[in-house]
Write a protein that binds this ligand. Structure first.
Ligand SMILES: [Zn+2]
Length: 496
C-alpha cells in the first residue's frame, strides 16, 4: 500500500466506523488481512496496489535486471528506481541517494534491498534459517525527532517483564504520528535519568516501535526540578509484588495468572506464527480475559458464538467467523503448537527441530533434560526451559484442556511410521508447485530432517528446475536424487 492509498483506506475505515490504520506494521497486517478476505467485493473495495520485483518462471532469464525488464515489458507495475551496481561503492552511493530522497517517493521505505544480479549463483549461495543469501536488506538510519515526555507508564508483557513507556507530545516521524515510545527496561530508564517534562530525541526504525534514544539534559530548566518517574514495586495490572529473576535485571510480575500475561499468551497463541486464529486480535483477547470468559488458551475452545457476540464491536457474523477460525486451529502442525505456547527460548526454528525430533507433545513432555540437551541447537538453558514448562502444573492443565478440545498433539500419520522418518533431505532448484518453505514444512511433517547443503550423510536430494551445484555433488556422492513429483508421492506414503 502506498501513502495515498493508506489515507484512502483510512477514509474507508472511518466511513465504516472501524479503527484507523496508522503504523507500518498495522498497514502490513491490513494488507494481509484484506487479501485473506473471502469476499472478493470487500477486497475490490479496498485500495491495494503492488509492485512486482520477482519473477518465478525464470526460463531464459539469468539476471535479476532481466527479470525486472521482463516484468516491465509484461506491463506489471515495477519500480523505475532500481539500478545495477558494480562493486560495493556503487551500492553505498545508491543507498545514500535514496536515504536523502526517500520522501520523494509515493510510498514509505525504510531501506534498500541489494541482490546478486546473476541468478545462477542464487542456489549456490544457499540460505540461512530465515532467508536466502542472494538478497540482503540495507536499512537507512532511523529517522528522529525531538519532543517532550508528558508521563511514563509501566506496561506488563507476556513474560511478566515490566517495560517503561514514555507518553510523548505527539510528533511526526516518517509519515506517522508518534505519541508513545519504549524506554526498554527500568535499568535503562534509570541510567538515562528520563524525567517527566524532559525534552528527548525519539527515533523510529522500520516496524520497530519508536524508542527514546537521548535525553537533552541541557534543555532542562535550572530553576525547576523535573519529577522522576516512580518505579513500581507492585504489578500495575494485578498488584502482585514484583521480583527479579536470578541473573536478570528486568523486574517481573511473578503471578502466572496476571491478566496482562494471560492476554499476551493468548495473543501469541492466536498469532500467525502460532496457531493462526484470524480475528483473535488484542481488542478481543482483552475483553475475553477481562470478562472471565477465558483463563488460558485452553478455554478458547469452549467459547460459544453467544459468548463472543456479546463483546464490543462483535456481531453475530464476526463471532461465527472467530469460532470457525478457532475450530480450524485444532489441526496445525506440531511445530506451530510448540511455537504458540510461549515456552522460553522456543521460537519457530527450535519448535521445528523439537517437532521433528519428538513427533508428539506426549513424547516431548516425557523427555528428560539430558534427552533434550542432545537435540541439535538445544543447549542446557533451552533444555531446562522446555523441561520446566512441561512440568509446571498450570501448563500441564493447559495441555490437558487442549487435548480434551481435540487439538492435534502430534505430527504422526495414524497407524504407523512417518514416510520420511529420520531421513536427511536437501532441496535444490526452484520447485513448481511449492515454495521452499512449504516443501520444508511438508518434509518435516513426514519426519525428515531438512538440511541446506549436501554431504555424505544426506539421504535424498529433491531436484527442482535449474538445480545448482548441490545436484553435481549429490551425483558424485551417489545420493538418491528424486523429482518434486516423486517427493510428493513419497510424503504421501507411496513407493517411488
Ligand atoms: Zn501482574
Amino acid at each position: 500500500m502506498d501513502g495515498e492509498n493508506i489515507s484512502a483506506l483510512n477514509h474507508y475505515r472511518l466511513v465504516h466506523e472501524s479503527p484507523t490504520f496508522y503504523l507500518p506494521l498495522v498497514i502490513m497486517n491490513a494488507t494481509a488481512g484484506t487479501l485473506k478476505q473471502l469476499d472478493p467485493r470487500v477486497v475490490a473495495s479496498r485500495p491495494l496496489d503492488f509492485m512486482a520485483y520477482f519473477l518465478l518462471n525464470l526460463e531464459g532469464i539469468e539476471r535479476q535486471s532481466e527479470a525486472l525488464e521482463k516484468l516491465t515489458e509484461l506491463r506489471f507495475k515495477v519500480s523505475n528506481d532500481w539500478r545495477v551496481a558494480v562493486g560495493v561503492d556503487e551500492v553505498i552511493d545508491y543507498h545514500h541517494k535514496w536515504e536523502e530522497r526517500r520522501h520523494d517517493l509515493e510510498y514509505n521505505i525504510d531501506g534498500i534491498v541489494v541482490k546478486v544480479n546473476d541468478m545462477r549463483l542464487w542456489d549456490r549461495l544457499g540460505r540461512t534459517a530465515k532467508a536466502p543469501r542472494y538478497a540482503i536488506a540495507f536499512k537507512f538510519v532511523a529517522e528522529q525527532a525531538t519532543t517532550t515526555v508528558e508521563s511514563i507508564d509501566f506496561s506488563v508483557g507476556r513474560t511478566g517483564v515490566i517495560t517503561p513507556v514514555a507518553n510523548l507530545a505527539p510528533v511526526h516521524i516518517s509519515g506517522t504520528t508518534v505519541s508513545r515510545a519504549s524506554l526498554h527496561n527500568i535499568e535503562e530508564l534509570e541510567r538515562k535519568d528520563v524525567r517527566i517534562g524532559d525534552r528527548v530525541i525519539v527515533q523510529k526504525a522500520g516496524e520497530i516501535i519508536p524508542e527514546v534514544v537521548e535525553v537533552l539534559y541541557h534543555l532542562r530548566d535550572k530553576d525547576k526540578e523535573l519529577k522522576r518517574p516512580i518505579i513500581p514495586d507492585k504489578c500495575p495490572v494485578c498488584n502482585t509484588p514484583l521480583v527479579k529473576r536470578e541473573g536478570y535485571v528486568a523486574l517481573r510480575c511473578p503471578n502466572p495468572t496476571c491478566p496482562a500475561k494471560v492476554k499476551g499468551e493468548i495473543e501469541l497463541y492466536g498469532s500467525r506464527m502460532g496457531m493462526d486464529i484470524e480475528g483473535l486480535g488484542s481488542v478481543v483477547v482483552s475483553q475475553l480475559v477481562d470478562k472471565g470468559l477465558v483463563d488460558d488458551v485452553g478455554d478458547l475452545y469452549k467459547l460459544t458464538v453467544d459468548d463472543i457476540a456479546g463483546l464490543e464491536r462483535m456481531g453475530e457474523k464476526s463471532a461465527n467467523n472467530l469460532i470457525d477460525a478457532i475450530e480450524k486451529s485444532k489441526n496445525r502442525p506440531l511445530f506451530r503448537l510448540l511455537t504458540s505456547l510461549g515456552i522460553d527460548y522456543v521460537g519457530e526454528t527450535t519448535a521445528q527441530v523439537l517437532a521433528t525430533e519428538f513427533g508428539s507433545v506426549d513424547r516431548l513432555m516425557s523427555a528428560t533434560i539430558e534427552e533434550l540437551e542432545k537435540v541439535d541447537g538445544v543447549g542446557e538453558k533451552v533444555a531446562k526451559a522446555i523441561y520446566d514448562y512441561f512440568h509446571n502444573e498450570r501448563n500441564i492443565r493447559i495441555i490437558d484442556k487442549l487435548k480434551q478440545a481435540g487439538v492435534k498433539m502430534s505430527d504422526e500419520v495414524e497407524g504407523g511410521e512417518r514416510p520420511l522418518s529420520g531421513k536427511k533431505v536437501v532441496f535444490t532448484g526452484s520447485l513448481s508447485s511449492l515454495t521452499r518453505e512449504e516443501a520444508k514444512e511438508i518434509a518435516q511433517k513426514a519426519g525428515a530432517k531438512v538440511a541446506s547443503s549436501v554431504s555424505s550423510s544426506t539421504d535424498i536430494l529433491v531436484v527442482g528446475e535449474n538445480p545448482g551445484s548441490k545436484y553435481d555433488k549429490a551425483r558424485e556422492l551417489g545420493i538418491e536424487i528424486i523429482s518434486e513429483d516423486e517427493f510428493l508421492a513419497l510424503v504421501r506414503g507411496e513407493k517411488v
